[in-house]
Design a protein around this ligand. Sequence first.
Ligand code: PBG
Length: 327
Amino acid sequence: MSFPTHRPRRLRQSPAVRRLVRETHLVPSQLVLPAFVREGLSEPVPIGSMPGIVQHSLDSLRRAAADAAEAGVGGIMLFGVPAVRDAVGSGADDPDGILNVATQAVIAEVGEAIVVQTDLCLDEFTDHGHCGVLDADGSVDNDATLERYAAMGLAQARAGSHLLGLSGMMDGQVAHVRAALDAEGFTDTIILAYAAKYAGAFYGPFREAVDSQLKGDRRTYQLDPGNPREGLREALLDVEEGADIVMVKPALPYLDVLAEVRASVDVPVWAYQVSGEYAMIEAAAAHNWIDRRGAITESLLGIRRAGADAILTYWALEAAEWLRASL
Ligand code: PBG
């Protein structure tokens, strides 16, 4: 009778041993909660395609931020939904615009207890729904958009945002916004570059969440789903332009890109588990087709394993509460 020489199962024999040899860990501080705030609401409004997620009123947003800070969540990323839109997205850099007002309100509530972050992109504020301004023939004008981003970045920094999430995928946006911030003395404002952001189907529920006006698609600025090399190139360019953190988005369909970027840069790399990823798991769980908590935890662990230092996820608060209870 011959016995196996190698018995990897030895390290799986009990919960205590498995915990001791676990290679990848998730902690609340690695999670960032995206949150929507809509102008003019007195009560939060549920988002149909994102069960459990709402468009916040200013009051409910403040409470959500306080709850997230209390649970040890690392950050909160704010998205504004304005009541009125126009061609250039004037609400974005208006100090009285919803996102800037909400930023001030959240900072007043939580101070430095959690990193308060703002989406820096025009799509929620334009009446055509594109991430930039349009030129005469209707295409997105890269360099004219950079001027709008600089104004928006300054408005967000003045409102107190700790970190600007540049999600518009315009060429040169990181360097341009960095220069504008520095010239006004905002040298401490952190820039997160959505470096490798792929165009595709997984943003559908988000577009309901922000009441997006977009017709058509974003394929002239967001990346083609088949292009990992181009995603890496975008990340390297953003680091060169001065990004403090780079992001890969969506998360689960792009784990290869995430791993590649993590191996290639020396700044933190984040991933965004986007609205469509959230909706898929929620919908399957609602049918009892998968175990909800198991699937959520496994998806977050997979994103961490591929190399994300932190994850934007709509489950941030709930997952942080689970993680704290399991310590
Ligand atoms: C652009 C932006 C989008 C998302 C985050 N920032 C939308 C888009 O590119 O259409 C999507 C996030 C999600 O789907 O959860 N401001």
